[in-house]
Design a protein around this ligand. Structure first.
Ligand SMILES: [Zn+2]
Ligand SMILES: [Zn+2]
Length: 266
């Protein structure tokens, strides 16, 4: 019997699936899993298992956004990642930075419907699903169906009559809003630390809003170098200083003036 297996998932999951399928040990477990699932499905008189369920149980519940069936699948918006440059002083003493960002929010006038009457027509490009499909063949027995957002309706699955479009958002369902976020950089945090603002990314209808993530990026310091939790400071001595003793003042990252002197210096 030849079994044609159709599965749909997005790029992220595809990568995850690929990892499993390309690892021989994992692959064996997976093959056994699918075989068992198919046997079970055909023996019980209830027809074959939904291939989605097989994938979902195997790769974990979050494959389709947390639900256990396709009906409950809800799209999740993209996370927005910004890099935030900070000085070594900022990381040493902690700081807080206010950043103004513009984001899409659901139009308040039409509640994200895009039309005055609330009416919309099903998008012809995707039959209202918001997704378009393309098929890729893997050998003889496997067909992979890829999904991508419909460009004709911006993945909303519906189009709006021009005359009926909402005057505030012009049928776009969302409007741009400026928002100030205060990023608190805690004292002593590491370079590349992530600071997340959950659900603050672009809003879209029927979509779980993604996060805004700031990744701290430490600027080079002219005097100090950081290695883990230690600070290194390089100071050049003259030959006389090296032989007869020295002292100098070092300004620390928090502005303190520290007197550094050699043992022989009185
Ligand atoms: Zn469409
Ligand atoms: Zn509107």
């Amino acid at each position: 019997m030849e079994c044609i297996f159709v599965f749909i998932f997005q790029f992220k999951e595809l990568a995850q699936a690929y990892e499993v399928l390309s690892d021989p040990e994992q692959r064996e477990i997976y093959d056994q899993y699918v075989e068992d699932a198919l046997k079970e499905g055909m023996g019980g008189g209830g027809g074959m298992h939904d291939p989605f369920d097989i994938f979902q149980s195997f790769f974990g519940g979050n494959l389709f956004g947390g639900g256990s069936s396709r009906e409950r699948m809800q799209r999740r918006g993209e996370d927005v990642i910004h890099s935030l440059k900070v000085s070594l002083e900022d990381l040493y003493s902690g700081t807080s930075k206010k950043l103004s960002l513009s984001r899409n929010v659901i139009c308040s006038k039409c509640n994200g419907k895009g039309s005055k009457s609330g009416a919309s027509t099903k998008c012809a490009g995707c039959q209202g699903t918001g997704m378009k499909f393309s098929i890729r063949h893997h050998g003889l027995s496997m067909i992979q169906q890829m999904q991508h957002p419909c460009n004709e309706c911006k993945a909303t699955g519906e189009t709006i009559n021009e005359k009926d479009s909402c005057p505030q958002c012009k049928g776009e369902k969302v409007i741009q809003e400026k928002k100030v976020l205060e990023v608190n950089v805690e004292k002593g945090v590491q370079n590349r630390q992530k600071i997340t603002f959950p659900g603050e990314a672009d809003e879209a209808p029927d979509t779980v809003t993604g996060d805004i993530v700031f990744v701290l990026q430490q600027k080079d310091h002219s005097k100090f170098k950081r290695k883990g939790d230690d600070l290194f400071y390089e100071h050049t001595l003259s030959l006389t200083e090296a032989l007869c003793g020295f002292k100098f003042v070092l300004t620390h990252l928090d502005g303190r003036q520290l007197l550094i002197k050699s043992i022989q210096e009185k």
